[in-house]
Design a binder for this molecule. Sequence first.
Ligand SMILES: *Cc1c(COP(=O)(O)O)cnc(C)c1O
Length: 747
Amino acid sequence: MLTEYMENTKPIKECTKEEIFKELLNFTKEQLTLRGEIENKKKMYYFSSEFLIGKLLINNLINLGIYDKINDELTEIGLQLTDFENFENEPSLGNGGLGRLASCFLDSVATLNLCGDGVGLNYHFGLFKQKFEKNMQKEYKNEWIENDSWLEKTDKKYTVKFKDFSLCSRMYDIKIIGYKGNCNRLHLFDVDTVDESIVIDGIEFDKSEIEKNLTLFLYPDDSDKEGKKLRIYQQYFMVSCGAQLIIEEALKKGSNLHNLKEYAVVQINDTHPTMIIPELIYQLRKNGINKTESIDIVASMCAYTNHTILSEALEKWPSSYLKEIVPHIYEIIVELDEYVKEKYNDESVYIIDENDTVHMAALDIHCTFSVNGVARLHTDILTNSELKNFAKIYPNKFNNKTNGITFRRWLVKANPRLTKLISHYIGDDFIVNYEKLADFGRYINDTHVLDMLLKIKAENKLELQEYILKNEKINLMPEGIYDVQIKRLHEYKRQQLNLLYVIDKYLKIKSGKIPHRPINFIFGAKAAPAYVLAKDIIHAILCIQSIINNDDEANKYIKIAMVENYNVTYAERIIPACDVSEQISLASKEASGTGNMKLMLNGAITLGTLDGANVEMAQYVGNDNIYIFGRKSDEVIEILSEKSYNPIDYYNKNKRMKSAVDFLVSDQMLKVGNRTNLENLYKNIKEKDNFMTLLDFEDYCDVKDKVFYDYENRLDWARKMLVNIVNARYFSSDASINNYNKEIWKL
Ligand SMILES: *Cc1c(COP(=O)(O)O)cnc(C)c1O
């Protein structure tokens, strides 16, 4: 196919790799345009400030169903598709799990042939590109947009009204193709006036010139007033464009707007797009719909997904900022708040509190018809504690939709070897029919299949070793265990707990107790640029990495690899090679996790707390196939409410723990690190430890030692792998989207 396509230009044999890549891109884009658009009277609009989509060439070829054909053609000239991955930049439109979820969902919506588009912003420099300098994270702009990227510039423009000025938007589209199916779209709004040259040093820029800076970065630093206001500008811009698009499309299909909910349903991904609610009300009123009806219409077509119980992550904006930026929207929020205050005599459910702060989540909960959490435990905590006063008012609004991941990217693309093995035994139906994966469970006692699982894991580990050697100049020990913790850096995710274990192991080796098998500790994480303690944890990991990897006595037995700029591309490499999946949040704090699901699907065994979707994973695989440690969520919630936890008690009681913590500020560390940062982390762990690392340290070490011990029974381990792979079927995003559609969208 490709060879024929290229006959018009230059024979493929005479082309450079770069030229072939260009042709491959154009060819794939043409194939996408040949596919139909998914159409329906009612459309779902998925509003999200992030879409962490990953590279698209290979994914699109897989979903077009022509990956093998094209790859075979390339093989004839001694190349393969994976040789071209490096030519493509990864779009930098997301940050972590929430953005990746949005992308998995778009893939599943299209694959299930449901009519649904994404709505977001086209950030020119994305979140940021992470580099390590002097063992510290440094942030740089991530220039991902190329001339021939997947973005399609459209002629669609809307006027977005702010208090003192208006901006004209421009819509870009990325096609989202379902597996062997048709296309939906991801709409990314931008302004033509953005000026990339105002970014001077790293990620610094003048925050005041909105028409120049609006879509430069995802999550610009909001530790100052200007930054907060910029986020409000971004959020309103996104939802206003989206609202105008919704109304335009509905009108075109014949809606009289009174019946808008028959044409559109909006899923609000976390609180960032919350202003879609007042904006839709505003737009409907502009179109002649009266006050109460406009509110009723909007509440009947919007649904909200909550992603966190961390109070600092639930957005709150000072009224004064909204008044200053979008007074016409603020007015509607006040009106909605007055309805609430009239009806309910309970301050905890007010939209605007006594300090004149607007609670975006409260706005969502009152003015939508569905509020969902993202894992069973998370939804239970929302309804029973965090949001219980809301749940009392709206018992039927709250529901659970456990997160999921798309098999197309996280198995077919990321792990072709495992995909081939499974397909050999049960056919390839499981790629779209997740229940079919259960059939692979029949081979639980087939030693050949179990051996193959181990062999594939070993091959993937070799591949990752090469990749990390090339990219990080760190040489992993592939005969050793790959212990992996990859996720955003946050105190609640407790990378520091893993780090203390590593230090403990190192100290043991130095005292002559060597592990029976080498262990590779692999980390990947970005910290928010203004999150000081998170960056100090990265600093400490990098310092330990430098100490251990350069210590010839220790580096035969343990090695650390903290990879730079962890993103989807990196995840696709690391996940298939992982033996032990670290999911060690403080119980109750991780809403769901999706990294846990991807790793499980690829035959990693989870070491985790009973938190988020780990709880459901444990129920599916059974206690023999997962390693659980630490306090349970209800115990944690109780300790937190009593404010009784004091880390120093644990530190003083346990010598092993004390030595590991003290090592953070040892001479060895200070030699490679920065005193201020290391002392800050050290003091924080000893004196505050907000996410109770020391509380779970002992149990963590014991269970982790057991994991490494059990790893030696290779056949038993392979059986655990198989059980995990088979039960990952429950975490297909196709299953999640089926539930969203059945219970919320009703497309
Ligand atoms: C899946 C994914 C995440 C989410 O990981 P969690 O462990 O669920 O927090 C974050 N970043 C990337 C690049 C991912 O692919």
